[in-house]
Design a protein around this ligand. Structure first.
Ligand SMILES: [Zn+2]
Length: 310
């Protein structure tokens, strides 16, 4: 705890006067009957966007509201809850976290009085790495993070069908983007919240990715009977284009890294490889491609080494 508190103090000394009053100007968009998304920017984390580079959402039931992801900061979570109150008088009765990345769970403090559920793996990752992720976001985002601390989920999400606030939901655990992704499917409207298993028009983040598992999950998503998809980043979809684009990018990335390792390229050479034309319009492409190489390439290089002799 001391470590992040120290980082927060250092950042606080250098930060702008914005502090807690960073205005996210969250505007819920109705994507289906009683289902709303809060669409973030497709940018890197900056002080100007306050970390709002993420999609979150909520579902209004008969006697309660279900929130999907709490956003990147305490201020975001608080303003998300206020935005929900602007749509419905129903109280928030459940929060689900799609995974343990900081733009998705650091608003939890705004829901201290509400059950917050995530997969077993996500809850474990929050306990293990939550403070380090928080440190990093303070460093990148600064003032808007003021007062933000890691608040753990209060329960493990049981997979399968549940009825909450009179709304039938299906909780679908998966993996690939992280070890413990969770999707939330609203049965009445066939709306699927995918978390970061699907990105659209924005390059993928891969710090905890397992590409073969991610590809298998995308195949499973294709079989789901969804009509509306809220991806983790990028515009809302009513077709499979986000799944196709995410799959295409992962297949290209893993193929390119494998090929580069076989050719014996070093990391700076891989960073200079041309990116196919069809991906060049993706937001934050160069940054995420470089990060992906840094995360993923060493494993591909290891695979090319001759097996050690006994
Ligand atoms: Zn993520």
């Amino acid at each position: 705890m001391l470590r992040w508190a120290g980082a927060a103090l250092i950042v606080a000394g250098a930060m702008t006067a914005r502090g807690d009053d960073f205005a996210y100007q969250l505007k819920p968009t109705a994507v289906a009957d009683g289902v709303y998304a809060l669409i973030g920017k497709t940018e890197n984390f900056t002080r100007d966007n306050g970390g709002n580079i993420v999609n979150t959402g909520f579902i209004v039931g008969q006697d309660g509201v279900i929130v999907i992801d709490s956003g990147p900061s305490k201020a975001y979570g608080t303003q998300q809850r206020a935005a929900i109150a602007g749509v419905t008088p129903q109280k928030v009765t459940q929060v689900y976290l799609t995974h343990a990345h900081p733009d998705h769970f650091l608003g939890n403090q705004a829901y201290a009085d509400v059950p917050i559920a995530a997969t077993v793996a996500t809850n474990a990752a929050l306990r293990q790495s939550g403070d380090a992720l928080l440190d990093n976001l303070y460093r990148l985002v600064g003032g808007a993070m003021s007062g933000t601390q890691v608040q753990f989920g209060s329960a493990d999400a049981a997979p399968g069908s549940v009825r909450i606030a009179g709304r039938a939901l299906r909780l679908i655990p998966a993996a690939g983007h992280t070890a413990g992704d969770l999707m939330v499917f609203d049965e009445a409207t066939k709306t699927l919240f995918t978390g970061d298993l699907v990105f659209f028009q924005r390059a993928l983040t891969t710090p905890n990715a397992d590409i073969p598992r991610w590809l298998a999950t995308l195949d499973a998503i294709d079989k789901l009977d969804f009509k509306v998809m809220v991806p983790g980043h990028g515009p809302v979809l009513r077709d499979h284009a986000g799944v196709m684009q995410t799959r295409d990018y992962l297949q290209w990335l893993s193929g390119a890294l494998k090929d580069a390792a076989n050719r014996g390229l070093d990391m700076p050479e891989v960073m200079r490889l041309p990116i196919p034309e069809r991906f060049r319009t993706l937001a934050v492409l160069q940054t995420e491609y470089s990060r992906s190489i840094a995360h993923l390439y060493p494993a591909y290089e290891l695979e090319t080494l001759p097996a050690a002799r006994p």
